[in-house]
Write a protein of this length. Structure first.
Length: 188
């Protein structure tokens, strides 16, 4: 192994007063940099940290308020949709009451002064909601136009769904119309 040459510092080269002065100057430089550079940055950092926490609190309060409003709106919409669903289900006819519809239609047409030529149930059809079935009914009527309008208004008075799918009005005799009409009811 090679030996490193030794360095010898001659005595009296480093004097204690200069050494103390150098240490004091270095300490003064560190203290001045702390006072002029680091301390203002720490103060600014503390201010920014406080501002960030206050902004975070404000954001959370605003977000909580928005969530509460949205939740209230969704609850209202849900309640409305449940009400509409209940009303729809209440107006649906049970399968066993289907013959009642035919007799009610006959009675309504006669009370409006229309002559009933035929009332024919048609084959059931699928309804967009799988639980329900669309039951069409074909009507052939003879009468005046204003009597037909009374019939249409009377359909809305039934406690069950009775909806018009198609109407065909053919002029026959003076003030007599042949009315071909397809209605449907919804059964569960």
């Amino acid at each position: 192994m090679k030996r490193l040459p030794s360095i010898t510092i001659p005595p009296n080269t480093i004097r204690i007063p200069f050494l103390l002065l150098a240490i004091f100057g270095y300490s003064l430089l560190i203290a001045a940099s702390n006072f002029f550079i680091i301390k203002p940055q720490l103060k600014r950092f503390t201010e920014l940290k406080q501002r960030q926490s206050s902004l975070n609190e404000t954001y959370l309060q605003l977000r909580a308020t928005d969530i509460e409003k949205i939740l209230q709106t969704l609850q209202k919409e849900t309640a409305y949709n449940q009400t509409v669903q209940r009303e729809f289900a209440q107006r649906c006819l049970s399968y066993s009451d289907y013959s009642r519809v035919l007799s009610d239609l006959n009675r309504l047409a006669l009370s409006c002064g229309l002559k009933v030529l035929s009332i024919d149930p048609l084959p059931p059809q699928n309804f967009p909601i799988p639980k329900y079935t669309k039951k069409p009914i074909s009507l052939r009527l003879m009468g005046k136009y204003n009597q037909f309008i009374q019939l249409v208004y009377g359909l809305s008075d039934f406690p069950y769904w009775l909806l018009i799918e198609s109407i065909n009005i053919i002029h026959q005799e003076p003030q007599q119309e042949l009315i071909n009409m397809t209605l449907y009811t919804i059964t569960d």
